[in-house]
Ligand binder design. Structure first.
Ligand SMILES: [Zn+2]
Length: 316
C-alpha cells in the first residue's frame, strides 16, 4: 500500500512539472521528464543476453548498432554526413578489426552556431570463459540515456545543432571517440561542448551521480557557471563533483580526465562534462547485469543531465 501511495505521489510530481523552462524568479530548473518506461526498455534490451555481448567486431555488437539505428530512424534523427554507421580500423600487433561508431544529427533552431556533442559508448568486454559480460551499467545505461535524450530533442530541438555519437571500442582505449576526432578535424573548432555519459545506473548500492568538467569557464559567464553548479543541488538526489581517488591494475591511479570518451575531446581542447557513478562492486564483472543496477538512479541521472543540457544550450 505504501508503495502504491508513493508511486502515485511520484507520478503526480512528474506529470505536474512537465516544462522545458527554467523559472526566472529563483533560477531553479523545473523538472523535465524523459519517458522512463521507454528508457528502461532500451536499457533492458541493450543489457540482455539477446545481444550476447557487445564486444567490438562481434555479432552482438552488430545487433546493438542495428537497434540504435532503428531507434534513431524511428525518432527521425538525421544520419551524420548522410550515414549512421562510421567504420574505423583498430590495429593491434597481429590483427586489424573494424569498429563502428553510430552517429546522428539533430539540427538546432539555428539561433546559435556550433555543435554540442553527446557521447555514450555501446561496446563492452565480451565473453570470458563461458561467462557473458553484459555491461548493463557499463554502458547500456549511458547508451539508453542517449537514445531517450535523442527522442526528446527531436520533439523539442535545442538552439544548437546536436551530434549524437554512440561510440564503439571505448573499452579498447577510446578508439571510437578518437576516430571521430580524427575523421572530423574540420569540426573541432566548431564543437562547443561534449557531454559524455558512461555508467549512470551503478549497482543496487549506488545512489549518487558524479561529474567532472573542464573548460566550462571559457564558455559560461561567472553567473552562469555558478548556476550550472547550483542546478546539480536542486535535484532530488546527490550529484557529486569529482570521483573517488583510487588505484587499479599495476597500482596506477584512475585518470578520470581520460577515463572515458570525453578524454578524446579534452585532449583536443574541447570543453566537456563527464557524468558517471564511478567504479563499484560490479564494475567490469559478469555481475554487471540489468537486475543488479539501480533503475531509479538511471532515470534520475538521465533527467538531471537533460536539464543541464537545456540550461547549457541557452547559456553558451
Ligand atoms: Zn564505460
Amino acid at each position: 500500500m505504501i508503495k502504491t501511495v508513493l508511486a502515485l505521489l511520484c507520478f503526480l510530481t512528474l506529470v505536474s512539472c512537465n516544462s522545458t523552462n527554467f523559472s526566472k524568479e529563483n533560477k531553479k530548473p523545473l523538472l523535465i521528464n524523459i519517458e522512463s518506461k521507454q528508457l528502461l526498455a532500451h536499457f533492458k534490451l541493450l543489457s540482455s543476453d539477446t545481444l550476447q555481448v557487445r564486444k567490438v567486431s562481434t555479432e552482438g555488437n552488430l545487433k546493438a548498432q542495428q537497434y540504435i539505428i532503428q531507434q534513431l530512424s524511428k525518432f527521425s534523427v538525421l544520419p551524420f554526413k548522410a550515414k549512421f554507421t562510421h567504420p574505423f580500423n583498430i590495429n593491434s600487433t597481429f590483427t586489424t578489426k573494424t569498429g563502428n561508431n553510430v552517429i546522428g544529427l539533430i539540427r538546432g533552431s539555428e539561433k546559435k552556431s556550433g555543435y554540442i556533442v553527446l557521447t555514450a559508448h555501446f561496446d563492452h568486454l565480451g565473453m570470458k570463459g563461458n561467462k557473458i559480460y553484459n555491461g548493463a551499467d557499463d554502458n547500456a545505461s549511458g547508451t539508453s540515456a542517449l537514445l531517450s535524450i535523442a527522442e526528446q530533442l527531436t520533439k523539442t530541438p535545442l538552439m544548437h545543432n546536436v551530434i549524437l555519437i554512440f561510440t564503439d571500442a571505448e573499452e579498447s582505449g577510446l578508439k571510437g571517440s578518437k576516430a571521430f576526432i580524427k575523421e572530423n578535424k574540420e569540426l573541432i573548432g566548431h564543437i562547443k561542448l561534449n557531454i559524455n555519459m558512461d555508467m549512470l545506473a551503478g549497482s543496487i548500492n549506488s545512489h549518487n551521480l558524479h561529474y567532472i568538467s573542464r573548460g566550462l569557464d571559457t564558455l559560461l559567464s561567472h553567473e552562469s557557471f555558478e548556476q550550472f553548479k547550483r542546478n546539480h543541488l536542486y535535484q532530488e538526489f546527490s550529484i557529486v563533483k569529482g570521483f573517488r581517488r583510487e588505484r587499479h591494475a599495476l597500482n596506477k591511479r584512475t585518470q578520470w580526465l581520460l577515463a572515458s570518451d570525453h578524454g578524446a575531446f579534452h585532449q583536443n581542447g574541447i570543453p566537456f562534462i563527464y557524468y558517471g557513478v564511478g567504479t563499484h562492486q560490479n564494475y567490469h564483472s559478469h555481475n554487471d547485469e540489468f537486475t543488479n543496477t539501480n533503475h531509479q538512479l538511471l532515470i534520475k541521472s538521465t533527467n538531471a543531465i537533460y536539464q543541464q543540457l537545456l540550461f547549457l544550450d541557452q547559456a553558451i
